[in-house]
Design a binder for this molecule. Structure first.
Ligand code: FES
Length: 107
């Protein structure tokens, strides 16, 4: 089972088990990770699941493109090349060890 670490803005790390096929957003909600709001439930219509992919994972996860990149313009915090909507990151075995940083706020 892949593990994902969510890093809060204060540096607190929460490492949780993720199910292959779930999104990183679903994984966060299932484990009560603070900092992912996900108002639209994963429909790519809210940008309240914004997260920053840790630098050494960016190549494997890939950048936001298309509608996801457009939606990120509505994110409450600064958008960087590491920004993704966590509802669009699908968990696979290859993402075991993924680290996602959470923004200061989602709204
Ligand atoms: S949960 Fe709304 S865009 Fe990801």
């Amino acid at each position: 089972m892949p593990k994902i670490t969510f890093l809060a803005p204060d540096g607190t790390a929460q490492t949780v088990d993720a199910r292959v096929g779930d999104s990183a957003m679903q994984t966060a909600l299932a484990h009560g990770v603070d900092g992912i709001t996900a108002e639209c439930g994963g429909a790519m219509a809210c940008a309240t699941c914004h997260a920053y992919v840790a630098e050494d994972w960016m190549e494997r996860v890939g950048p936001a493109t298309g509608i996801e990149a457009d939606m990120l313009e509505f994110a409450a915090c600064e958008v960087t090349p590491a920004s993704r909507l966590s509802c669009q990151i699908q968990i696979s075995e290859e993402l075991d060890g993924l680290v996602l940083r959470l923004p200061e706020t989602q709204i």
